[in-house]
Ligand binder design. Structure first.
Ligand code: ZN
Length: 345
C-alpha cells in the first residue's frame, strides 16, 4: 500500500457529514465563515487527499466540521477550508491559554516549564558561533524567553518580542523590552540582518502563509544567525494513533499547517534558510489532548476520565508522557514535537 492511499482512507461521510459529535456540550456554538485554501501552502501544488476531520474538541468555539488535506507531492498537511480572518476572536477567545498560561497551571508546573525552557535554550545557543547579542521571540507570550535571554547577557532593548495580545505587549514594553503587537508579515520594527537568535515555538502551525513568515525571519537574521522553530510533527506515534480525528496536535481549528520533517525542511530551504538539525522534544500536550478527545467524544464515552486529561493540571500524567517521549527521543525515535535549527543560506 502506498503512502498516499494509506492516508486517503477517510470515507466520504467522514468528510461531509454535518452533525455535532456525541458528547458535545455547547449547543449554541456558531457556524463560522471560512476561506478555501486549494493549493499546498508549502509547494503550491493542488493534488491532495483527505487526511483527517474533526471539531474544536478542546474549546467548542464553533460547530463547523473541519477537514485536513495532505499534499501528494510534499506530504504537508493543511486545513482546507480554514476559518476566515474575521473569526479569529471567536476561535481564540479571551481565556485562550497561550495568553495566560501561568495563571492556569500549578506553581510546580510553571517551575518545570522554566527548567525545560532553560535546557532547550542552552541546547539552541550551542548552534551559535558566539554568544547572541540580539534575540527575537515570535509569539513571546508573557516574555518568559525574553527575560531568560536578558539574564544571559542580551541588552533588554535588543530582546525583541512579537505577540498578538495588546496587554502583554504593553507590559513587556514598559519593562524595557522591544515588544510589539504585530504580525510577522507586517512588522517593520525588527532591524534587517540584526538578529543573532530568533525563536518561534508553536506559532508557524497557526499562520495562514508560513512561507511569508519564514522569508521575513530569514531577512532579520544576521549572517551567522540561528532560527529555532518548534512545531508538531505528523510523522509520530501519537499522530498515527489519533490520525482520523482525535490527535491533540490538530488543535482544530487553530492549527492551519502541520508538517513532517521533510515538509518543514522543504519550506525553510525554499525560503532562504538551511536546516542544520532537527531535535525531537516531548509532545506531551498532544498525547494528553488526544487522550482527552478520545475519552470525551469517542466510544465508549468516559467524560469523567476525560476531565483528568489536562496537561496544565494533571502533573503525574504530564510527567509520565514527558518521560515516555524523552526516552523515545533518546532512543532515536521521532516524537510529535520537532525542534528545527536553521541558519541563513
Ligand atoms: Zn505540497
Amino acid at each position: 500500500m502506498s503512502v498516499h492511499t494509506r492516508h486517503a482512507e477517510l470515507t466520504s461521510s467522514e468528510c461531509f457529514v454535518d452533525s455535532l459529535p456525541s458528547g458535545w456540550v455547547r449547543a449554541d456554538a456558531p457556524m463560522l465563515a471560512t476561506t478555501p485554501v486549494p493549493n499546498c501552502p508549502v509547494c503550491d501544488r493542488e493534488a491532495s487527499d483527505p487526511y483527517a476531520f474533526g471539531y474544536d474538541y478542546e474549546l467548542e468555539t464553533c460547530r463547523n466540521r473541519w477537514l485536513f488535506e495532505r499534499c501528494r507531492a510534499c506530504s504537508h498537511v493543511w486545513l482546507n477550508p480554514r476559518p476566515a480572518i474575521e473569526t479569529l476572536s471567536t476561535i481564540y477567545p479571551p481565556n485562550y491559554y497561550a495568553y495566560n498560561y501561568d495563571d492556569q497551571v500549578s506553581p510546580l508546573a510553571v517551575q518545570a516549564k522554566q527548567w525545560i525552557d532553560r535546557v532547550k535554550m542552552a541546547g539552541i545557543r550551542k548552534a551559535l558561533p558566539a554568544p547572541a547579542k540580539s534575540f527575537l521571540d515570535i509569539g513571546c507570550g508573557n516574555g518568559r524567553l525574553l527575560r531568560a535571554m536578558h539574564q544571559l547577557g542580551v541588552d533588554q532593548q535588543r530582546c525583541y518580542g512579537l505577540e498578538l495580545d495588546e496587554g502583554v505587549v504593553q507590559n513587556l514594553f514598559s519593562q524595557g523590552y522591544s515588544a510589539y503587537c504585530d504580525r510577522v508579515e507586517d512588522c517593520t520594527k525588527v532591524p534587517e540582518t540584526g538578529i543573532d537568535l530568533a525563536t518561534m515555538f508553536h506559532v508557524i502551525e497557526h499562520v495562514d502563509n508560513p512561507g511569508a513568515v519564514v522569508e521575513r525571519v530569514a531577512g532579520w537574521l544576521s549572517e551567522d544567525g540561528v532560527f529555532a522553530l518548534e512545531t508538531p510533527n505528523v510523522q509520530s506515534l501519537d499522530c498515527r494513533l489519533g490520525r482520523r480525528t482525535f490527535w491533540g496536535g490538530y488543535h482544530i481549528p487553530r492549527h492551519w499547517n502541520l508538517f513532517t520533517p521533510a515538509s518543514i525542511t522543504q519550506l525553510l530551504e525554499s525560503r532562504g534558510m538551511r536546516v542544520v538539525d532537527i531535535r525531537y522534544q516531548s509532545g506531551h500536550s498532544f498525547w494528553i489532548y488526544g487522550l482527552h478527545h478520545w475519552l470525551r467524544y469517542g466510544q465508549p464515552r468516559l467524560p469523567r476520565l476525560a476531565n483528568l486529561c489536562n496537561p496544565f493540571r494533571n502533573l503525574p500524567l504530564l510527567a509520565l508522557v514527558t518521560g515516555f517521549d524523552r526516552l523515545r527521543a533518546a532512543l532515536g525515535m521521532k516524537t510529535s514535537a520537532m525542534l528545527v535549527i536553521a541558519k541563513k543560506r
